[in-house]
Ligand binder design. Sequence first.
Ligand code: GDP
Length: 445
Amino acid sequence: MIYRDIIAAVATAPGRGGIGIIRISGKNLPEFAAGLIAHPLEARRARLTPFLDAGGAPIDEGIVLFFPAPHSYTGEDVLELHGHGGSAVLQLLLQRCVNLGARQARPGEFTERAYLNGRMDLAQAEGVADLIEASSKHAARAALRSLQGDFSVLIQTLIKKLIRLRTLLEATLDFPEEEIDAPTRARIAEQLSSIQQQTQTVLEATRQGILLRDGLHVVLVGAPNVGKSSLLNRLAGEDIAIVTNVPGTTRDALREQVDLDGLTVHFIDTAGLRDSDDAVERIGMRRTWEMVAKADLALVIEDASGSIKGGESALEKLPESLKQIRVMNKADLIAKNPAREVSARGQRIWLSAKTGDGLDLLKQSIREHAGWRPAGEGLFTARGRHVEALLVAQRYLGAASGEIGRIELCAEELRLAQEALGRITGEFTADDLLGEIFSTFCIGK
Ligand code: GDP
């Protein structure tokens, strides 16, 4: 283990609270704590004690907890001071720690040390951040599974299988004069194909994991007064957008998060898309376009009765790659039953935001678009970089299967596939990427 300097941070959220925690990690903390606590530290035992300033007067009184290395979160000595949760008292305590030689921790630095000291791998460390950030209970549970290593185990299993196959190849390489016999070739092909299948399964689960973590971003577009806000209110089940029959009332982009069977959908209501001389309205339009550019799906809303026109120019401006579902709202006005029509041009859903009829068809359609399988057990959170690494591994595995006749080349492709998988758990991860990952964490974690 590499011993690093002592870091300290307020680990509880800013603001007032019953308890505030200072977390400290580093080398030889009993010596460090001698200036802060009047008695020797006891391992893993809660003790009520005053926290002392330089003159020996108490700054606060609270519980001290000591986790000696290596059995701690970071793998180093860790000290926790549980004092009162006020920002002034916590800042005084933190300052005292700095005076005693600690440095203020960077965001995620405790978890980074845990990773560097082998207490967890990179995918688990990302699970820690995902759990803190989780915006739904499904996402929280899935993040906990990543943290506990469910995702890492899948990757490790793939890597182990790859190592076994590489060993088999290396063994044949050692005897170049011998021909590789047909049974050996068949074994190589069989093992490789099993690894490829498993990689595909993991890839699919990983894609679901990204959806769980990030959700789906869906933009509502359409001419003013077609019923965008009404639809959003229906989907969200509460009044969050302003519904009026004056065109152009919904000026600002509104976001609402809706849970569709565990899939978090971020709906973005848009300012009525039309040309306008009004400066405020123009700002609304610009924001709309920025969000459209980043969205996964557009709901293009029309008035089924045909009494509201417009919005075509907006439609033409949607990115070509952005998938659309056409929503024929106000079906109640023409007494049309809810329906879902699928044609070569895409989908059309007839519904009524006013009565709620047909809402289920729309929700189902959105779930299908996302490829969302209702949250089963065993889901974990994942990130774009994990999918990228799996895709790279898949490419090398594909190349390897084309080279079974040429063992050296095949072995090299397998080595590269293993390296790509190793980037997920952090076995082969560049320092700058590590910095990027941990910098998104909170301070004190
Ligand atoms: P937006 O400008 O696109 O956000 O439209 P709003 O949601 O503000 O709706 C405009 C008007 O249409 C309001 O008076 C709504 O009550 C009405 N409206 C919205 N949806 C429906 C619907 O499904 N049926 C009927 N009959 N009226 C609706």
